[in-house]
Design a protein around this ligand. Structure first.
Ligand SMILES: Nc1ncnc2c1ncn2[C@@H]1O[C@H](COP(=O)(O)OP(=O)(O)OP(=O)(O)O)[C@@H](O)[C@H]1O
Ligand SMILES: [Mg+2]
Length: 248
């Protein structure tokens, strides 16, 4: 399979800390890739590098044959890479719909898009995540679960080929998690390639075709989800380390 996204020997240091350390990873078109790893493993840093919010210290990132590391975030977004943020920060006073429209206008085709078109696509994205009834509410009035759906709709309205998700399930109720899983299945079936960072292992196992486990910025192991989560080194790194750290 041809890689849509190829990350090669990527490194990112913050002072003496190697947040990403010689990481090589590829995403095939149509794939649903899961990334897990303990707190501080480098997951968000990886997303920030792919989307241009950070510049690598070493290595390369190629998307559909084009080198993208070093490009600013808006250029990368226009190539068709959308993302959600781990900490959702909508414009609280703006309506839910206006928040999503801001995404639609800032996208792959956004430069050529009219306000009316952006509105139609944004309403479509809100419908897909199940938020159309709240479209006119102020974003600040939403529950955390609804804000996460808004964040997803905002990313979808950029019409991405590749969608990067940073813990879209964190803090949600069981029912909200089920809802978002259904939405993600639909997005995937519509042809979008997805990379999902998630702490909820059962969600990763159910949705992903392939999983990478990060540990201290490096690949600990990769493989099929069911096999990967059974490995003792994964259980130790993923479940053992944070508990140990808490005991210190
Ligand atoms: N801008 C920054 N400046 C300095 N250090 C940073 C910066 N961003 C991240 N780090 C450090 O890099 C490491 C990786 O952080 P990162 O946020 O990528 O982890 P993560 O895997 O997303 O963790 P979590 O599961 O808690 O979200 C951590 O040690 C973090 O403190
Ligand atoms: Mg993170």
């Amino acid at each position: 399979m041809k890689a849509m996204l190829q990350v090669s020997r990527l490194g990112k240091s913050f002072g003496g800390l190697k947040a990403i350390d010689d990481l090589t990873l590829s995403v095939a078109e149509g794939q649903f890739l899961g990334i897990i790893g303990a707190n501080g493993a480098g997951k968000t840093t990886l997303l920030n590098l792919i989307t241009g919010y950070l510049t690598p210290t070493s290595g390369s990132i190629v998307f559909e044959g084009e080198t993208i590391h070093g490009l600013p975030p808006y250029r990368i977004a226009r190539l068709g890479i959308g993302r959600t943020f781990q900490v959702v920060q909508p414009f609280d006073e703006m309506s839910v719909l206006d928040n999503v429209m801001a995404g639609a206008l800032f996208s792959r085709s956004g430069v050529h898009r009219s306000l009316a078109q952006a509105r139609v696509e944004s309403v479509g994205a809100l419908r897909l995540v199940g938020l159309e009834a709240q479209a006119q509410l102020a974003a600040g009035s939403l529950t955390l679960g609804a804000k996460k759906k808004l964040e997803l709709a905002r990313a979808l309205a950029t019409n991405p080929k590749l969608l990067l998700l940073d813990e879209v399930m964190a803090g949600l109720t069981h029912e909200e998690i089920e809802d978002i899983m259904t939405v993600l299945r639909r997005i995937r079936e519509a042809g979008t390639t997805i990379v999902m960072i998630e702490h909820l292992v059962h969600v990763i196992v159910e949705l992903s075709d392939y999983v990478y486990v990060l540990n201290f910025g490096r690949e600990l192991v990769r493989g099929l989800p069911d096999a990967v989560i059974e490995l003792p080194e994964v259980i130790e790194a993923y479940l053992g380390a944070p508990m140990e750290a808490e005991g210190k």
